[in-house]
Design a protein around this ligand. Sequence first.
Ligand code: PBE
Length: 312
Amino acid sequence: MFKLDLKRLGIVAGLSLSLVAAGCGSDEGSEGNNNGDGNSSDGGNSSAAVGEELDYTITGIDAGSGVVGAAKKSIDEYGLEGWEVQTSSGAAMTQALGDAIEDEEPIIVTGWTPHWKFAKYDLKYLEDPNKVFGGEEKIKSMARSGLKDEKPNLYKILDQFNWEASDMESVMLAIENGTPEEEAAKNWIKDNQDKVDEWTKGTDKVDGVEAKIAYVAWASEIASANVIKAVLNEQGFNTEIKQLDNGVMWQAVAEGEADGMVAAWLPGTHGDLYDSYKDQLEDLGANLEGAKIGLVVPSYMEVSSIEDLKGE
Ligand code: PBE
């Protein structure tokens, strides 16, 4: 195919240039990636070349996640012919990211904030001029209908739950560094009792009332689910946090199988799910502001925009 040949030529040109550049002893400041011609001095991190090196693959997470949906949409919207999103899991994605960084190899992952990866690695979001990944997101809490009357104290705590991105990140980072999930949640609560007191303000303790909170196995939601569980249990609830696929989490709250969830990324990430279920659940508002999703790469990569992936 003509297109592929052009890409090959780009690689060859990139490689020969990289030999020249190696003689200069520096690849800093090369701006050779802005026209997608692959002629960058590192021979691997520039637009067309990066596609070849990555086998035109974006390292995704679970197929049901909003960020994978947006990544697939970005392939269409930016005309990234031949690119694919490989789905796996959040854990597999961060493993692949860590491995690539160890070898200073290129990688593109579906990423999000808050996430511990930004504390651990030097990363950047690829610019998204077409706003396929949306803008600033909020994480909202949702309750099943009827919860307010049936379990008013649970309803009120979910409604008052509110923290900062840095709070969530610190719990995520502790878990990533090996602290068991429940312990990381309890440690954060111990250090932030003033915040937690705001969430439980005006509620009464209960005696073993069951609370069922749905969540998804994303690092951010593992953190929030464990924190809310620990807070509820301190108030006397018998809390079960139930790990589900994204669509099933929404469905579980909508159909009343779960009492609620604190993992609704809106308006963009879970916008479709919200539209499907909004009449069957109660939106309790944001529990965290300043969230974001996008394509994330190590800072040493030269590509800066999703448009750069287009090649020729
Ligand atoms: N995430 C984390 C989720 C929402 C929370 C960005 C991976 C998603 O893409 O659906």
